[in-house]
Design a protein around this ligand. Structure first.
Ligand SMILES: [Zn+2]
Length: 294
């Protein structure tokens, strides 16, 4: 089960629905109508109400050849909040309401924390691209006169309907300039979603190599830390090896390369007594331990 807490969960019949293969992209759509749109995982109404019609274990039917790896969010665009508009004019799709922007940011945060989808824009619909996207990225059409282009040659086709403007220039601009920064703020220290218990810069601006051993709190704070995060800023790459030691299990480690403004996290196994991090980088990065209230 992968259902976002606090939303209206109205599952479809999953009998003939394939499972997701992986989680690379969260893609924004516009409905040309009223929510919910059960072809997507999530729908966001004009007032910010969120409906989840598909557990994210299962695929959506909104992104065609990308369905195996794309989480889909549909958004309402009809009703008094949007005024009347000509659905045959690709430039006429109205902007999201304030409440929709906030709700979409919350969904992006949930997808980031639950499935590891990066809170940064995916560059295109190619299979190796990860992050937040919009439907037009995977749509062929004549995009002259539009602020944002469509499918890059060779990348995945995300619709059977070439020329669809989904989700409209205004909504794409809001996604890039407002919603994604808001999602980033929600997961930043003090942003209200994470309860960060530990933060320190790991490396200086010259880059280099660092090793840290972080004892897990014992006694009153035992078990308080739930995740270790590494975040980097700027155009650089970090190679990190993270060891979890102690408890009933042998030491476990993960090896990870993080690049370009991304964040990475891993759940800390229960019983862990210390987390050891070895990291090499071409620039500065931040380390955070996240503690979640139990
Ligand atoms: Zn769409």
């Amino acid at each position: 089960m992968a259902v976002m807490p606090g939303v209206a969960y109205r599952p479809i019949n999953y009998d003939s629905v394939d499972r997701m293969a992986r989680y690379d992209v969260v893609c924004l759509h516009t409905i040309v109508g009223h929510d919910p749109a059960p072809a997507a995982h999530f729908s966001v109404g004009a007032g910010g109400e969120i409906t989840q019609n598909r557990d994210t274990v299962y695929q959506s039917a909104a992104n065609y050849t990308g369905n195996y790896r794309v989480i889909a969010i549909e958004t309402e665009d009809m009703g008094p909040e949007f005024g009347s508009w000509n659905v045959n004019d690709g430039h006429a799709v109205p902007a999201w309401t304030d409440a929709q922007c906030e709700a979409i940011a919350r969904i992006l945060v949930w997808c980031h924390r639950t499935h590891g989808v990066p809170l940064s824009m995916a560059p295109n619909s190619c299979p190796a691209s990860r992050g937040v996207g919009y439907h037009r990225m995977g749509i062929d059409g004549n995009w002259a006169g539009y602020a944002y282009g469509g499918r890059v040659a060779g990348c995945e086709v995300w619709t059977r309907s070439p020329g669809k403007v989904c989700p409209g220039d205004r909504r794409i601009r809001q996604l890039i300039e407002r919603v994604l920064p808001r999602a980033g703020a929600l997961v930043a220290p003090g942003g209200g979603v994470r309860n960060v218990m530990h933060q320190e810069p790991l490396l200086g601006s010259d880059g280099g190599y660092i090793s840290r051993t972080l004892p897990m709190a014992v006694g009153s704070n035992s078990g308080c830390y739930s995740r270790v995060w590494l975040s980097i800023a700027g155009d650089l790459e970090v190679r990190a090896t993270v060891w979890f030691q102690g408890g009933p299990n042998p030491a476990q480690y993960v090896d990870q390369v993080i690049a370009n403004d991304d964040r990475w996290y891993r759940e800390i196994p229960s019983g862990t007594e210390s987390v050891i991090i070895h990291a090499a980088s071409t620039g500065s990065m931040g380390l955070m331990l996240e503690g979640q209230p139990k």
